[in-house]
Design a protein around this ligand. Structure first.
Ligand code: AKG
Length: 294
């Protein structure tokens, strides 16, 4: 073990998530916040989402509303540096081994008073792999309490089935809690001071409500997997070439012999017409659990 203790590892194995309070130093969080301001400025000049920035449905250039910074590690040295730091990677290595590959990164803004909800889903439904040593790290950039749209998880669901995320026969990236037999009262809110870091298993059911408070809730997400987990055909994982895939290695080495595990898989196909971000994909879902605007 580099940093986690056995109790923490066992908690993750049993529950499919872990919360590490005050894991990221204050100075790193300050750098992230300063960086975000540059992207907020950029959003002021946009009338539609682009490949860097995803805008709230209620955004206008006069009333700029940034919903997500896409692939922040590719457009900011601050987010790239933090991703490769031991603050992030050491706990992940303790959970899924020394050879790690990035799946993707994103920064969900969930701004005060309107920040969008994320419908219930399993990341695994978007990108099934040959084994499920696949997880998401969430870095909490503002204090998160129960009322500013905390990430919510259903403990233990990482050991169960992959739920139906289709609507009218098309992948919509959102599940129906009632049909899935899950009870909202079992969901756990991942709250904590800024600098905390959550880790959730790719099969763990999770989502988050609108931010109904007067406090922002910015969450920086790095999705990471064991280097021997390969995407199943039809997965929403980018697969440009082996060379570019290996450029996503974060530590250790790659392999061309995937580890095959007995994991449940549903293929996220056919894809909907809108695939720009999870928000756009989920807007195609027939039934929504959370309000879309306040
Ligand atoms: O920002 C959140 O609360 C949830 C993020 C998430 O699950 C996602 O973007 O896939």
């Amino acid at each position: 073990m580099e940093t986690l203790n056995e109790t923490q590892v066992q908690f993750y194995r049993d529950n499919g998530y872990l919360m590490l309070e005050s894991q990221i130093p204050e100075a790193e969080i300050d750098k992230c916040i300063a960086e975000i301001e540059k992207f907020r400025d950029e959003a002021r000049h946009l009338s539609a989402s682009n490949d860097r920035l995803d805008l709230e449905d209620t955004h206008t250039p006069d009333n700029p509303r940034l919903r997500r910074i896409k692939l922040p590690h590719t457009i900011s040295d601050v987010f790239a540096g933090l991703m490769r730091s031991d603050h992030v990677l050491a706990p992940v290595r303790d959970l899924i081994g020394r050879d790690l590959r990035l799946h993707t990164s994103k920064l969900n803004m969930k701004s005060a008073e309107y920040g969008a909800a994320v419908e219930w889903h399993q990341d695994w439904a978007f990108y099934p792999h040959t084994n499920d040593d696949v997880l998401a790290v969430g870095i909490v950039l503002n204090d998160v309490g129960p009322d500013n749209g905390p990430l919510m998880v259903f403990p233990g669901t990482h050991k169960g089935e992959v739920f139906d995320h289709h609507s009218n026969g098309v992948f919509a990236g959102a599940m129906d809690l009632e049909k899935s037999g899950l009870n909202l009262s079992d969901a756990v809110k991942l709250t904590g001071p800024r600098g905390s870091m959550s880790i959730h298993h790719a099969r763990t059911v999770h989502g988050s409500d609108l931010n109904r408070s007067d406090r922002d809730r910015m969450l920086l997400l790095y999705e990471i997997m064991a280097a021997d987990a390969y995407p199943v055909m039809g997965s929403m994982t980018a697969w440009p070439s082996l060379q570019e895939y290996d450029e996503k290695l974060l530590c250790g080495s790659g392999t061309i012999t995937p580890r095959l595990a007995d994991v449940p898989v549903r293929i996220p196909q056919p894809q909907p017409d809108k695939t720009g971000s999870i928000y756009e994909i989920q807007s195609t879902a027939q039934k929504r659990a959370f309000d879309t605007v306040m």
